[in-house]
Design a protein around this ligand. Structure first.
Ligand SMILES: Nc1ncnc2c1ncn2[C@@H]1O[C@H](COP(=O)(O)OP(=O)(O)OP(=O)(O)O)[C@@H](O)[C@H]1O
Ligand SMILES: [Mg+2]
Length: 388
C-alpha cells in the first residue's frame, strides 16, 4: 500500500495520486486508487469521472461486506477507483476497529499497487495511514506555510510510526516516550526518543532506527514557478535529514500549468489529456522515482579520517571531483542561508551557524588538498569563491 499526503490542503495530493495511478497503469501495473479523504473526496473529479454510486464509506459502515463492491473502473485500462464518501457528512473519522479492518482489507485488494490519496491535516487517521504505508509521498507547495506544515507533518508521522513499532514490539517505554514527546511540543526532534531508548536498550533502539530508515517518505514540490522553487526540494531533503533527522527523498518539482485548472473544471484527467507538457513529463518522472526500487538513505561507511569527514560534511563520497566539491559547497551555502525558504520557522539557528562553519572548514581543507595537480582531477578548485 502506498500513500500520498501532505498536511496542508490544496497542495495537489489528489492530482499527484491520480497521475501516479495513470502512469503506473499505463506501464502495465494493476492499480486501485483509494480516495482516503473521507471528509471531502474528489479524486473522481481529478480523474474526470462522475461520482461513483458507492463509496468507501459504504464499506466502512458495513452496508456491503465485500470491498470489491465499491471498486469502479476509471476508463484507464488497469486503473480502478474506490471513492471516499458519497457526501461529506457520511463519515469523517474512523474508529480504531474500523481503521484496522480497513487496513486489512486494503492490503488484500487484488492489485499490484493500492494507492491511497489522503486528506489534508494531521488527524490520527491521516497520520496512521501515511505512516503505515509501504511507501509514502508528501506533496507540498513552494511557500513558507507549506514547508512549515511539511516538517510538522513529518515529525508527527515519524512519532506515529514509532508508536506503532512500540505496540508491535510490546515495548511500553517507547509508547510512553512518544506520548510524552507529543504532549510537550511539536517542535522537538522525534529521533531523540530512539537515543533515549538506546541508553537503556541498544538492541531495541537499533531495531527502531532500522525500521525508521526504511520509512523514507518522498517529497514533491508542486506548482513551481521559478528556479528557486525547483531547488527547494533538494534543500528540504538535506535540512530534514540533518536538522530534524528524518530522512526524506526529493522526488521532483512539478511546474504550475494553468491548463490543469481548466482540465479539472472540464472533468478531464490531465495526464491522459496533455501527456506532452513539461508538467506531465515531471509527473511521470515523480511516478518513476517514487515507484523505483528502494535504496536506503546515504550513510558513510569505512574508517574515519579528517579528509573523509570533510567530504561527508559536504555530503559527498570520498574522492569526489573538484567541480563536485565546488557545486556541493555552493548548494549547501544556499541551503543554509539564514533566509533559506527550506528553513521556514525551524528553530535551529545555532545548529545552522555551526553547520555553516563546518562546511566552510571542509571546503577550505579540500581546496587546499586539491591544489596538487592530478590527472584524475578535472580542473582546479578556485580557493576563493565569492560567498553570499
Ligand atoms: N501543477 C499545477 N498547476 C496548476 N494547477 C494545479 C497544479 N496542481 C494542482 N493544481 C490545482 O490545484 C487544485 C487542487 O489540487 P488537488 O485537488 O490535487 O489538491 P489536494 O492537495 O488533493 O487538495 P485537498 O487537500 O483539498 O484534498 C486542482 O484542482 C488544480 O486546479
Ligand atoms: Mg485531495
Amino acid at each position: 500500500m502506498w500513500a500520498v499526503g501532505g498536511g496542508k490542503g490544496g497542495t495537489g495530493k489528489s492530482l499527484v495520486a491520480a497521475s501516479l495511478g495513470i502512469h503506473l497503469a499505463q506501464m502495465g501495473r494493476r492499480v486501485i486508487l483509494v480516495d482516503g479523504d473521507l471528509g471531502a473526496p474528489n479524486l473522481h473529479t481529478i480523474l474526470g469521472m462522475d461520482p461513483p454510486p458507492l463509496a468507501l464509506s459504504d464499506f466502512i459502515k458495513r452496508r456491503f461486506d465485500s470491498i470489491e463492491t465499491v471498486v469502479f473502473e476509471t476508463g484507464v485500462e488497469r486503473l480502478s477507483l474506490i471513492s471516499g464518501a458519497r457526501n461529506s457528512l457520511d463519515i469523517e473519522s474512523l474508529k480504531h476497529f474500523q481503521k484496522t479492518r480497513l487496513l486489512r482489507v486494503l492490503l488484500g485488494l487484488p492489485a499490484d499497487v493500492v494507492l491511497l490519496d489522503l486528506g489534508a491535516g494531521t488527524s490520527l487517521n491521516v497520520l496512521d495511514l501515511f505512516s503505515l504505508a509501504d511507501r509514502a509521498l508528501l506533496v507540498i507547495l513552494p511557500e513558507p506555510t507549506s514547508v512549515e506544515n511539511c516538517y510538522r507533518f513529518l515529525k508527527a508521522a515519524f512519532l506515529r510510526r514509532l508508536y506503532h513499532l512500540g505496540r508491535t514490539l510490546g515495548h511500553q517505554p517507547i509508547i510512553d516516550l512518544v506520548m510524552e514527546h507529543r504532549d510537550q511540543s511539536d517542535d522537538g526532534r522525534p529521533y531523540e526518543i530512539i537515543e533515549e531508548i538506546a541508553r537503556v536498550d541498544s538492541c531495541v533502539a537499533a531495531t527502531l532506527a532500522s525500521h525508521v530508515d526504511t520509512f523514507l517518505p518522498h517529497l514533491v514540490i508542486n506548482q513551481v514557478r521559478s528556479h528557486e522553487d525547483e531547488r527547494l526540494g533538494e534543500s528540504m531533503e538535506w535540512i530534514s535529514g540533518r536538522f530534524i533527522r528524518i530522512p526524506v527523498r526529493f522526488a521532483g518539482a512539478i511546474p504550475y500549468d494553468p491548463t490543469l485548472v481548466q482540465c479539472v473544471k472540464s472533468r478531464r484527467a490531465y495526464l491522459s489529456e496533455y501527456p506532452r507538457t513539461r508538467t506531465a513529463e515531471m509527473l511521470r518522472a515523480v511516478a518513476e522515482s517514487f515507484s523505483s526500487p528502494r535504496t536506503g538513505p546515504h550513510s558513510a561507511t569505512g574508517l574515519r579520517s579528517p579528509e573523509r569527514d570533510a567530504y561527508s560534511a559536504l555530503d559527498l563520497r570520498p574522492g569526489a571531483m573538484q567541480d563536485e566539491v565546488l557545486s556541493a559547497y555552493l548548494r549547501l551555502r544556499r541551503t543554509l542561508r539564514s533566509d533559506s525558504p527550506a528553513l521556514a520557522s525551524l528553530d535551529c539557528e545555532a545548529e545552522r551557524q555551526a553547520t555553516v562553519a563546518a562546511i566552510e572548514e571542509a571546503y577550505r581543507s579540500l581546496s587546499r588538498n586539491l591544489t596538487v595537480p592530478s590527472p584524475v582531477r578535472r580542473r582546479p578548485v578556485r580557493s576563493s569563491v565569492p560567498l553570499l
